[in-house]
Structure formats: C-alpha cells, structure tokens
Design a protein around this ligand. Sequence first.
Ligand SMILES: [Zn+2]
Length: 460
Amino acid sequence: MKLIPLFTWTGHPFTDAGLVALLLLNDKEKPEELTAEDIKRAVKFASELYARKEWSSGYIHAMMMPNSGILMANPSMAKKRTPEAVENSLLSLLNEPEDENAPICEVCGRRHAREKPVYRSDFPLVGTGGIPNYFPSGKDGANICSHCVFLTQLMPLVAYRLSRILIIHAYPYEFMVELHRDAFDDVVKTQLASNAKNFRRPENFFFHLISDLMRKIEHSELWKNTSVTLYYFVNNNQGQELDVIHIPNQILRFVAYASLVDSSGWKRIVSMGWRKRPSDEEFAEYERRYSNEVYSRLINGQSILRYFIDKTSREVNSKWELLQFYCSEVLGLDEKALEFVKDVGDRVVETLEKLPDNKLKRRVRELENATKLYQFEAFFVGLEKLRQELNIEKPLMTFDEFARILTSYGEDFNVSWKSVKNLLLFRIYEKLHGRLIREEEIGEEETEEVEIYGFGGEEA
Ligand SMILES: [Zn+2]
C-alpha cells in the first residue's frame, strides 16, 4: 500500500522553505522519503534553537512571526519557553484534528484550514484580525491548514538573514534545496541563523550563490528549465514589507554560464556596475555592500552589452564566447546576425590596422563617440574611403550589408545600431588593444599635437 505523503511541495515559498528544512535536516531528496521519525527529529532540532533568545526575540519575533504563540516568541512567554515546551507546541500543531467543515487550505488545497483564520504571528505577511481589508475578500486572516502552518514554522532554519529575510523559491524544487543548503549549513555550524555571508543586498547574494554553485555543479545547462523567484521580506510589529524579484531564466543561464566559462571576465563585467571600480581586494567588499548596475539591469531586462567593453582602457572584459552567449541567449540576436557583425568587425580591423597609431586611435574614437545614427554612418563612409586610399581591394561592405547594419536592427530596445556599435568596439579592442594602449602612453600634450597633425595630413 502506498501512503499519501504527509507533506508535498505547494509552490508557496514559505511552506516550501519549511519542506526544504525537513529534507536538508534528514539528508533526503524527496518529500515522500520523509518518515514520522524524520519529522520528530526536525522538530527537536528546531525547538532547541527556537527556545534560545537569539532565535526567539532576536529573530523570529523581530523579523518573521511577531508575538508567535506557536513558537513561544511572544515576549510574555519568555519565562515558560523551554525546548520541551516549543517541541510540544509544534507537535500539537502537527496533530491538530482537521475540521471537515472548515474551508480548504489556500496554500496546499489538500486539507481543511485551521478552525480560526491564521494571522501574521503564525504565517508571515497575512495581516492581523484588525485589518480585514488585507484580503480581496475583505475577511480577516487566511485559511491555512495546520500542516502548512507547521512547515512555515521550520522556515527560519533555512532562511537567509540579511536586513530582511530572503527565501529563494525555485522550480524544479531540487534547486530550492540546493540554493538553501548554505543557510542550513550555517545554522548547523554556528547555531545561529545564516547571515548570508554578510551580504546586504539580496540580488548580489543570489548571483554570488549561483557562481558558487556552478563551481560545484559545473554544468550550466542544468538551469535550462529552472524558474527562480526571490522573496525578500520582513514581518514584524513595526511593518510588513515584501519585494518579489523574479530572475528570468535566460539571466540565470547566462550567469551560470559566465561563472563556468569565463569567471574572471564575468567579474570584470560586474566590476563596471559600480561607480568606482573596485580593486581585486575590494571586490568582495563591494559585492557585499553596494547595489550593482549590471545586476539590476539584468533583473530588469535591460541590456548590459556596454559592460562587456571598457572604453577607458580600451579593452574587452570577457571572452568573445561569453559575449556570444549573451547576445544569442539573452538579447535574442540570431547566430547569423552575430556572425555577420563579427565579420564586419574583422574587416574594420583589417582596415584600421594599416594605419599609424595616431590615426588608428582617432578613427576608433570616432566610432566610440558616435551617439547619433548619422555619425555611425559617417564612420563607415570614412572607412570605405580609407580602404580605397590604402588600395584594399574589396570594399568594406556591399550596399546591402551597409543597409543591413544600419537599419535592420532598427531602434529595438536591445538590438539597435548602438548594440552593433558596441559589438564592433568589442572586436576592435580585442584585436587592437595593444596598439590602442601604446598610444595612450604618449603624454597628454603630445597626443593633442599628433592629432592636429594627423587631421591636416590625412590626405598624405
Ligand atoms: Zn495546507
């Protein structure tokens, strides 16, 4: 006979987090593998911690379930709070009889809800009896069954504690277990809630975690059909706040791929997302403390193409391979279009490398400074002339190609001519960085003179 498992994944971040705790605690992979003994062991483990002040008033009451009666985090219960008392409270919740007349649980849909509506002291963010308009139905509290409330009581064991609480919900659920393993390991090691390696921002921590995981998994395609959402919340007597940050799948795969294929390149790209670029030693500190433009653009679906190159030092930040992955998988540029731009880039390089350093630099700057489409056009027209002067046999582009590079990508948000410009610069910096930098070493004044001379002597 096959028993119906006591707990299943529900898709709700809080109860699923509790299930993650049960699995990690018992070193199991699937809810159906959990036995009654496993559940008792988890309750005992949790109760030992929850009876302590650091957990009770300092964490559960302060951030997650204020005045919790079940976990005895209500300050008035401090004297009676012992591991045994918390354990009994949790077990009696689990064994609470089901009222067949009660509405169906809004979280799992499998059992009848507890007799009384559930409030935020037992389940985060569901309001209190005093604020009935919290729900669209205008009633107070939520209809949640005792099992779902029980699982939620185990959430503190795997949550990450930043300035708010972070729960990383993922599907397939095995990923959620992996993404919270660090938190649970911290709890076992320190007997305190995980401080998320001292990170202050949830998205920074999440991307760091993905990079870490990739070092272990070493297989970026695993993320192919994975969906991840960060729930960043606080639930206490002072306020209840929640940010929901969805991580688009292509972003997840890109960051995983970047960490695997070109981790130093990825680090350089991220470094450019801070106003002041950190040194290698400062990187970890910046990553923990400050919001990063590359991360926020990725999350908000904006292009990060320009971060692949560093215009100040005229170098590329990553391998072409990573840029290629980004363009095709995230920006949706088709492979042929990318190959075409790469090919045009190589022809531009072939032309430019015949120039002396000073003229080479000026031409590149012309492209760098093109902010209007006509300036971008002028760069190619100039280059075509140059090829004739230099007696390069084939033209830079056919008329069709020229039209294609200027117009077929249009002003589309992600793949406009400006994207093409950044791709070309990537190719130029990649191939000619040594020469572009050599020029940089000439003093400021001298550079100026060379340019004036260069301009006058162009026909020569
Ligand atoms: Zn339920």
